[in-house]
Design a protein around this ligand. Structure first.
Ligand SMILES: NC(=O)c1ccc[n+]([C@@H]2O[C@H](COP(=O)([O-])OP(=O)(O)OC[C@H]3O[C@@H](n4cnc5c(N)ncnc54)[C@H](OP(=O)(O)O)[C@@H]3O)[C@@H](O)[C@H]2O)c1
Length: 274
């Protein structure tokens, strides 16, 4: 059994750690400290975004941890209202984070205007040519939008970061991505703690000495989707990463699969424009 996350190869020839740390909705020293703790615990992928309005603090956390830049996968995102100036937005993220390249930059949401979406993607590809971004990818994209990227730019985005957890499994979109080699990053992977008291997941956890959140995070790993749980508490950051020493049986996996109920937590990408 693996004892740490390992790397997942991507369509564009790069690779991404199989486990990440979310940075949404914490600010100042709290998120700097959380990022530093996460890196100390072994997380190697930091999921940031211009929209989170904390990239300077995230950058401070990277410096606090003091790891070699090449050892950390840093991902940021451009927000739809900035798609006309996507290159500027990504460069501002670089400055705020205090790094000289991003491992990955995503279009945060498809938005409702295709022309702006495609223009933003093209601008990020130019930054990739300049060596400022290693991978250009997307978040919250639907199958037809992924196809359109392939049609226009000749390749699928290597990553689609989408909401995924037992209550909202996006089975069709997930399969579409897996069939085409598009890596899935699972955001809100524990649905912000929604499964903590679920007796069915708790009873699986009891068998392994794990919490319900740990069981859900393990379920993600075994489905080849990269979870990026966020916490600002040291004990939870550690707990969420302590998922590499057990595996679920097919029956346990089946039970968690059966919790699908269309329970989306966030926005609907078909209508949301940022
Ligand atoms: N691309 C997108 O559109 C998009 C959208 C949403 C999120 N994201 C990314 O995905 C990351 C994770 O998603 P998320 O933040 O929405 O939700 P999440 O990771 O499922 O849950 C985070 C919440 O759960 C709490 N929590 C974390 N670990 C816990 C534990 N072990 N026990 C009890 N409570 C725990 C945290 O509180 P404390 O901090 O107080 O511990 C926080 O309120 C974000 O931070 C962001 O990087 C991306």
């Amino acid at each position: 059994m693996e004892t740490k996350p390992g790397m997942m190869p991507l369509l564009d020839g790069t690779e991404i750690p199989r486990y990440g740390f979310g940075c949404y909705a914490s600010y100042g020293h709290e998120i700097s400290q959380a990022v530093a703790w996460a890196l100390e615990c072994g997380y190697r992928y930091i999921d940031s975004a211009a929209m989170y309005a904390n990239e300077k603090d995230v950058g401070e956390g990277l410096r606090l941890a003091g790891l070699d830049r090449k050892k950390v996968y840093i991902l940021s995102k451009v927000w739809p209202k900035d798609y006309e100036v996507a290159a500027n937005s990504a460069q501002q993220s670089l400055r705020d984070l205090g790094v000289d390249y991003l491992d990955c930059c995503l279009l945060h949401w498809p938005g409702t205007e295709e022309k702006r979406r495609l223009s933003a993607y093209e601008q990020l590809l130019r930054l990739k040519d300049q060596g400022l971004i290693r991978s250009v990818a997307v978040s919250n994209f639907q199958a037809d939008q992924l196809e359109r990227i392939k049609e226009v730019f000749g390749a699928y985005p290597p990553i689609n970061e989408i909401e995924l957890h037992p209550a909202f499994q996006q089975r069709e979109l997930r399969q579409f991505c897996l069939d085409r080699g598009i890596a899935l990053v699972a955001y809100s992977p524990i649905k912000r703690g929604a499964f903590m008291g679920d007796p069915r997941i708790l009873s699986i956890g009891e068998k392994y000495g794990k919490t319900a959140n740990q069981v859900v995070l393990r379920w993600h790993l075994e489905r080849q989707q990269i979870p990026i749980p966020k916490s600002s508490h040291y004990d939870r950051i550690r707990e969420n990463f302590d998922v590499f020493d057990f595996s679920l049986t097919p029956e346990e996996t089946q039970l968690i699969n059966s919790l699908e109920c269309g329970g989306r937590r966030g926005n609907d990408p078909l209508t949301y424009n940022g």
